[in-house]
Design a protein around this ligand. Structure first.
Ligand SMILES: CC(C)(COP(=O)(O)OP(=O)(O)OC[C@H]1O[C@@H](n2cnc3c(N)ncnc32)[C@H](O)[C@@H]1OP(=O)(O)O)[C@@H](O)C(=O)NCCC(=O)NCCS
Length: 152
């Protein structure tokens, strides 16, 4: 080994809980995701989602620090890959691909046979990643939403 070279420790995969809230929000912010602190991403909202039984949060940790996260959910008919994020200092090392595979494993074990993801049209990295992971891009579908407020 080159003198001074740092040995990288292994990356561990772990199911996260409501107790990991602060680390998850910190990672999402580092990764540039838009956080809704008064809405879906509020601490109480997150705890409620975790208690719902249809949300599994998977994290990747290195040296005790969260470097990647994905939220796997389902609505009984379809599974969803949500809020996938990898720390900018750890990208292009296959971490997101691993998180997708872990999320699919969890969803399949829950009886889900169709997994989907919503991606903004400018997000080239995510579009390429998901297609490489076998997801089909539908150019004929629009996303419509109805909200109680802009915060949710
Ligand atoms: C999208 C994101 C999760 C990818 O994480 P990552 O760990 O770097 O991705 P991986 O290393 O697993 O990439 C696997 C493959 O996806 C594709 N890919 C990933 N990032 C890419 C990029 N910036 N440009 C082009 N292709 C990319 C490549 O095919 C890559 O394989 P390669 O490195 O051998 O070329 C990460 O860039 C991120 O956190 N972005 C900000 C948050 C975000 O947009 N989340 C998605 C919301 S839907």
């Amino acid at each position: 080994m080159t003198p001074g070279a740092r040995v990288k420790s292994a990356v561990a995969v772990r199911r996260l809980s409501a107790d990991d809230y602060d680390a998850i929000m910190d990672l999402w912010q580092r990764a540039g995701l838009h956080i809704r602190p008064q809405g879906r991403d509020a601490r109480a909202a997150f705890a409620g989602q975790m208690a719902s039984g249809v949300q599994t949060v998977i994290g990747l940790e290195q040296d005790g620090r969260l470097i990647g996260v994905v939220v796997a959910t389902h609505d009984a008919r379809k599974g969803w890959i949500n809020r996938l994020a990898v720390d900018p200092a750890h990208r292009r090392q296959g971490h997101a691909a691993r998180l997708i595979e872990e999320a699919e494993r969890v969803l399949h074990a829950q009886g889900i046979r169709l997994v989907a993801a919503l991606v903004e049209d400018w997000n080239e990295a995510s579009l390429r990643l998901l297609q490489r992971e076998g997801y089909v891009l539908h150019r004929d579908i629009y996303y419509l939403s109805k909200r109680d407020s802009q915060d949710v």
